[in-house]
Design a protein around this ligand. Structure first.
Ligand SMILES: Nc1ncnc2c1ncn2[C@@H]1O[C@H](COP(=O)(O)OP(=O)(O)OP(=O)(O)O)[C@@H](O)[C@H]1O
Ligand SMILES: [Mg+2]
Length: 482
């Protein structure tokens, strides 16, 4: 969805031009009616000058033929009329057949013309009022959602977090990020942490994460290689996608875009800061056993299960509750962030696609996502469905239970191709102890972990039809959690 409503000035301009157009139309119609009225008054004036009989006959519905005959008689010359009243009278009683059809035809033409003008003006008025109403509706909707764009081009999607555009004014300066700490680095660039101004004393300070994404500047000469230009194009598309798909969605397990700040040379995407970082970092800290030194938290099995249930709830919302359905396309532990209570939030909707109603799949122009998490059928056909997300989620469940990522060297050592086939073999052989992460094994949760491993295998079936839906997975995981 384009952020049309974030341009109130544009909308007001559209409204003003539509109103002007309406006024012009109304005045045109009035002008037409005015001419019509003028014609009537001319007739009245003529009647005051002595042609009263003509008007009188029209009012009393005298047949047209009579009136026309009388008129044609008058055009013969007033003198003749005066000199020979009897003849005139006689003539006026005589029907004038040739003139009658032409007058009748003209009046019919007149009615048709009126009808056409009425139809055109009515349709135009209908279209214009429809447009005006739709603009007003969008403005109202966006006021309710609290989405607006400031004069500087800053678009705020979550005013609950970013209360004023001025709070992001520092991002408009050249060295806006200079004093900020880098908290992460991804394919698009660095991620910085910043504190929002405290508005009242005694209120907890709030933090934001700012993702900087370079963009191609049309003013400066393009010294970029083809590959770099393609990459920048891809990032711009991802920003658009993020704005369109998650600019307005709200769910406790989704991390929506809070604001977008365009700069001449880059874009800043602003999110709520997630204190506990990404699931990827938390699991890495567990594996290294250095949770305290890296600042990342260690995750017990109950915490991991809660993460699994939370992500499944977020996914169910995207696939089932939201219309149109949204497919994330890049589910992986690095895109699952953990808030203060270790509640998961699905982030990075840069590759997300809204699935149009009635569509069973969308075909991508190129393969997107992260190796190890991409469903095999998407690899082969470039067609993606909601079941591709379910596959990626199955890999995440496997990572949570085994503590191994698809890119781990371990999978180069074993004969199987990747985490999915390896897990399938382990579960089929019943040798679960081999698969469970040593950091969580033997703590009284092994039975639950085995169930989750089975669900992981179920979600990563080769045939997408055999995979469960996001709703089914959420139900299964909730049952284990209770
Ligand atoms: N809102 C946030 N709060 C806290 N940390 C964040 C936030 N957003 C991102 N990060 C940190 O920044 C890191 C980089 O994020 P980014 O999304 O740019 O890259 P990525 O997800 O690792 O890889 P990719 O480019 O494939 O998405 C994350 O792994 C996370 O640790
Ligand atoms: Mg990411």
């Amino acid at each position: 969805m384009a952020p049309a409503a974030s341009t109130p000035v544009k909308s007001v301009l559209v409204l003003v031009s539509l109103a002007t157009l309406l006024l012009v139309l109304v005045s045109a119609v009035e002008g037409y009616n005015g001419r019509h009225a003028a014609a009537h008054s001319a007739v009245a004036r003529r009647s005051r000058l002595g042609i009263t009989r003509h008007v009188h006959h029209r009012r009393t519905a005298t047949p047209h033929r009579y009136v026309l005959a009388e008129k044609s008689n008058r055009t013969d010359g007033g003198a003749k009329n005066r000199s020979a009243p009897a003849t005139s009278n006689a003539t006026s009683q005589t029907p004038a057949p040739p003139a009658a059809p032409s007058k009748h035809h003209r009046s019919h033409k007149h009615r048709v013309r009126n009808w056409i003008i009425g139809f055109v003006v009515g349709s135009l008025a209908g279209v214009i009022s429809g447009l005006v109403l739709s603009v007003l509706f969008r403005l109202t909707l966006n006021c309710i959602r609290g989405r607006y764009r400031s004069r500087s081009g800053v678009t705020i999607f979550t005013p609950k977090l970013i209360r004023r555009a001025e709070h992001l004014a520092f991002l408009e300066k050249e060295d806006g990020l200079a004093s900020l700490a880098v908290i992460g680095r991804g394919g698009c660039g660095e991620v910085y942490k910043a504190q929002l101004p405290v508005e009242r004393e005694g209120v907890e300070p709030r933090f934001i994460a700012i993702k900087k994404i370079k963009k191609q500047n049309s003013d400066t000469p393009n010294n970029l290689s083809d590959e770099e230009s393609r990459q920048l194009d891809k990032w711009s598309r991802q920003i658009q996608s993020e704005i369109r798909t998650v600019g307005h969605i709200r769910h406790r397990n989704l991390l929506p875009l809070a604001a977008h700040v365009p700069r001449p040379d880059c874009h800043y995407l602003v999110y709520e800061y997630m204190k506990n970082g990404s699931l990827h970092h938390a699991l890495k800290a567990d594996a290294a056993g250095d949770g305290s030194s890296s600042g990342a938290v260690g995750l017990s099995w109950p915490a991991r299960l809660r993460v699994a249930v939370g992500v499944a709830e977020g996914l169910e919302y995207l696939h089932v509750s939201h219309r149109p359905q949204i497919i994330h396309r890049d589910l992986k532990p690095a895109n699952i962030l953990l808030d203060d209570d270790l509640e998961p939030r699905i982030a990075d909707f840069g590759l997300a696609k809204a699935m149009p109603e009635q569509h069973t799949h969308v075909t991508a122009s190129n393969l997107a996502g992260t190796w190890g998490y991409i469903a095999p059928e998407y690899h082969q056909t470039l067609k993606f469905t909601a079941k591709c997300d379910v596959y990626s989620f199955g890999v995440i469940l496997a990572v949570l239970a085994t503590g191994k990522e698809p890119s781990d060297d371990y999978f180069k050592e074993v004969d199987e191709v990747g985490i999915v086939r390896w897990l399938r073999r382990v579960v089929q052989s019943g040798n679960h102890a081999e698969a469970i992460d040593a950091a969580i094994a033997g703590a009284g949760y092994d039975e639950q972990i085995v169930l989750v491993l089975r669900i992981a295998v179920f979600c990563t079936q080769d045939d997408p039809k055999e995979r469960p839906s996001a709703k089914d997975v959420r139900c299964m995981l909730s049952q284990i959690n209770n």
